[in-house]
Each structure stands twice: as C-alpha cells, then as structure tokens.
Design a protein around this ligand. Structure first.
Ligand code: PNS
Length: 164
C-alpha cells in the first residue's frame, strides 16, 4: 500500500492545498494530512479548528482516502508513526522550491527511506497563501474562492461568533 503524508501549518487550509491533496489522493492509496503544532508560533486557528476545517473540506470534495491529524515536532516522526513512505509537497514558485529542497535535505538525513514527491501548483493557485488569507481576514475583506467553500462557512461562523 502506498501511503503518503501531506503536512503543513494549514492556518488556514486553502484551495491550493486542497488541489494538491486531491491530486495526491489519486496517486497514493492513502494520504495522511498532518497539521503541525508549533509551540513557537501563534496560529490564528487552533490545531483542532484546523483539523475540523480540513476534514470538512475533504468530505465536501469527496476524497475518501485521506485522514487528518495533528502532529508535533518532526515531519519524519509523523511519517514513521503513520507508516508513510512518501512526503507530498506542493510547489508554487522558485521560493517554495528553495525552501522545500532544503527541508528535503534534512528529512532525507533523518529518514533516508522517506521519498519527497513534489506536485506543481495549478497556475490558478500560485498566488494563494495562508498568510494572504489571514491578512485579508484581518482587514475584514472576503476570502471566498481562496479557501474551500466549507472552510469559508466555518470561518464566517467563527468571525460572527467573535463579533458577538
Ligand atoms: O505549511 P508550512 O508551514 O509551509 O509547512 C511546513 C512543514 C510543516 C512541512 C515544515 O515546517 C515541517 O515539516 N515542520 C516540522 C519540523 C521538521 O520536520 N523539519 C524538518 C527538519 S529541519
């Protein structure tokens, strides 16, 4: 069975992330989405919120061979824990490549058996990032079309709740 991990901060998960996941789910028998818990960062959404949002998007997209879980620490430990031999990464541009290539070097040192597989982003998604989504949210601008519809709804509900 070919199992892959697709890890990230996903704060929040965008339509670019969903596209990479959808394509990975065709290539692999199972894809485990790992939501990084980084104690050094203060994310906008809690790990539990991020997992719930991704699960809703996965369900809505009809992806049946993906699971979502939180992971602390190293990606290679997450891959080992779920028994994955592949690490899926999306690439939007040269900057992503520089970063990912360096990460691959360290991941390979830590776990030579883990193969990193790169999927080029759909050209329609290359400008989309979680940080841009957070910036728009902070200024009260709409984020429709940048995150999956289900996530847009969950975020809108949270914004409404926070305003009350
Ligand atoms: O969505 P992101 O924040 O770009 O995802 C980056 C992620 C989570 C894949 C990367 O930061 C990561 O793997 N972090 C865990 C720590 C780790 O394993 N680092 C590699 C060795 S230095």
């Amino acid at each position: 069975m070919k199992k892959a991990v697709f890890a990230g901060s996903f704060d929040p998960f965008t339509i670019g992330h969903l596209d990479v996941l959808r394509r990975a789910a065709v290539l692999f028998d199972e894809v485990c989405v790992g939501v990084l818990v980084n104690p050094e960062k203060r994310p906008l959404f809690s790990p539990e919120e991020r997992c719930a949002m991704i699960e809703a998007a996965v369900r809505d997209a009809g992806i049946e061979n993906a699971s979502v879980m939180v992971f602390p620490g190293l990606l290679v430990d997450f891959a080992r824990a779920v028994g994955a031999a592949y690490n899926v990464r999306g690439l939007r541009n040269g900057m992503d490549f520089e970063y990912e290539y360096s990460m691959e070097y360290f991941n390979r040192r830590l776990c030579p058996g883990l193969e990193t597989v790169y999927l080029a982003a759909d050209p329609a998604h290359v400008q989309i990032s979680s940080s841009a989504v957070r910036m728009l949210m902070a200024s009260g601008a709409g984020i429709d079309g940048l995150v999956p519809d289900q996530i847009c709804k969950i975020i809108a509900e949270r914004v409404k709740r926070d305003e009350q």
